[in-house]
Each structure stands twice: as C-alpha cells, then as structure tokens.
Design a protein around this ligand. Structure first.
Ligand code: DGL
Length: 288
C-alpha cells in the first residue's frame, strides 16, 4: 500500500523546474493530458539554476524528485533543460521504479530541417556544459553550424513576468541579431523559461525563422508513457493542479495570474537547512 500523501494523490504527474519555466511545459501537458492530477514544484528559492555547478543542480533535483514522489507522483517530468543536463541520468539510476521525462535542446529537428545549415540555440551555461547537450550535437548536428547564446539575465526577467519589457527585448536582440547576420534559419529554445517570450522572439527574428519549442514533444512523450499504464486507479479523471513554490508565494501567484492555467491551488514549501528535505508550509486556511 502506498503511503497517503498530503495531497491525497497516488498517480500524479510530478513536474519541476528552477522556477516558473516549467509552467510552459505544464500548460502543454494539461492540453494533452486532462485526466491526471499534476504536482508542480518551482524552486524559486534557488532560481536561476543556469549559472550553478552541475553537481549542485543534481543534488537539488534529487531532493525535489524525492519530495514529488512522496507527494504522490508516479512519473516525473524534469521540465528544465538545466536540471535535465545535471541530473537526468543520476535520477534514473537513483529512482529506477519511476519513469522520467527529461528535456534537451531540440537540436535534432532544427538540424534536420535547416536550409542554411546554421542554427541558433538559446540555453543556460549549465545546459551548454552538460553531456546531454553535447551528445545531441555530436549525434545529430555534426554538419550544422551552431550559434549559442546564454541570454544572461533573461531567466530573471521572465521570473518577474517581464515578457515584453525593454530589458527582455535588449537581451534577446543582443543574442539574436548576431545569429541572424550569420543567416541562421532556426532558433532552438533550450530553456523552458524562454517559451514565455516566443511572441517577442518571433517579432525579433521575423516570420522566416523557425522557432523550436520542445514543450509539446515533452507532453507527447509523457502522454505516451501514461497510455501504457494499465491500471490508472484512484486519481483517474482528476484534473487538479497543485502548484508549489519554494520562493515567495505572492510573487508566484502574481506570475500565475499572467498565464492561462485552470483548476489550481498554490502552496509554499520550505527547504530544510541542510537542503535534504522540502516541507509544505501549511496555513490554517489550506485544505489540500
Ligand atoms: N528553466 C530552466 C531551463 O530549462 C532553468 C533556468 C535557470 O534557472 O537558469 O534550463
């Protein structure tokens, strides 16, 4: 018998990111999968992950995964390229009974479809340093010229809900204009935060450049795994979403009000001092 959890779930889809980025993936998952509850953890206490050491991101990801599993998740979507780069292989080893869906910059479809042979990739420093990204480039994009940019500061602007401000535009133009001069014909979004600025990116690059967001493919892969479950008991047809932040609840709430998500409840969680455990902060009015 599985332990009863604070959310009273047993077959939830657990999703996590360093902050709000993975919500772009959550939205796609909800579009494609309407009959399972989702528990989302945004580690806003530690955002951004991009400039951190892979080892640290690996250790944070492991604690978050443990928390999501003990909260009733039966599958984990690592909705963060940086956490996938740092932790996807170790997580699969550490939790062999749990299926994981990870993210990697979608260099493969970009390389297959480019006419100019030149592709731009926007991702965090940790993602570019990780084995996952480098093995994808090695396997699928050997004959393609890749132009990389880390868009320093963009994750922080998006965390603030600044999808169109002067600073956001400046960071994106600085990254994209030099790529356009090199005649790229595709931009790969290698960070889940960046999906929230797709309209601005499209405005900057124009209609002829293919902007590739891996979120729909990640949701499809998640749906494929769920369709193989032969006995989706209890939570079947439960479409609630439990959104948890390790940062400030009000700031998180404000961000959520900017994007289209329905049927959700927001919670705050705290990291223990030794960073080995996460606990939900329970207010008197919360009835999870
Ligand atoms: N959203 C994340 C990603 O996909 C991480 C951004 C960050 O925290 O630096 O890489």
């Amino acid at each position: 018998m599985m332990e009863e959890t604070i959310f009273h779930l047993k077959n939830a889809i657990g999703v996590f990111d360093s902050g709000v980025g993975g919500l772009s993936v959550l939205r796609e998952i909800r579009k494609q999968i309407t009959n399972f509850p989702i528990i989302y953890f945004g580690d806003q206490f530690h955002v951004p992950y991009g400039p951190r050491e892979l080892e640290e991101v690996n250790s944070l990801s492991s604690v978050i995964t443990q928390f999501l599993i003990s909260s009733g998740s039966r599958i984990i979507v690592v909705a963060c390229n940086t956490a996938s780069a740092a932790a996807l292989y170790p997580l699969r080893e550490k939790f062999p009974h749990i299926p994981f869906v990870g993210m990697e910059p979608a260099v493969k479809p970009a390389a297959e479809n480019t006419h100019t042979g030149k592709v731009g990739v926007l991702a965090t420093p940790a993602t570019f340093h990780g084995k996952l990204y480098n093995s994808v480039v090695e396997r699928f994009a050997k004959n393609v010229e890749i132009y990389q940019n880390t868009c320093s500061g963009l994750v922080q602007e998006i965390e603030k809900g600044n999808f169109r401000g002067i600073e956001t535009r400046k960071i994106l133009e600085n990254a994209l204009f030099p790529m356009l001069e090199q005649k790229i014909d595709a931009v790969v979004l290698g960070c889940t935060h960046y999906s929230f600025v797709i309209p601005l990116i499209k405005e900057i690059v124009g209609p002829d450049i293919n902007v590739i967001d891996p979120a729909p493919a990640v949701a499809r892969q998640t749906a494929r795994i769920l369709s193989e479950w032969n006995n989706p008991v209890d939570d079947f047809n439960d479409n609630r979403i439990f959104l948890i932040t390790s940062g400030q609840k009000q700031k998180f709430e404000k961000f959520i009000s900017l994007i289209a998500i329905e049927n959700y409840e927001i919670f705050q969680a705290n990291w223990s001092l030794d960073k080995r455990e996460i606990n939900i902060v329970q207010n008197k009015n919360d009835h999870p």
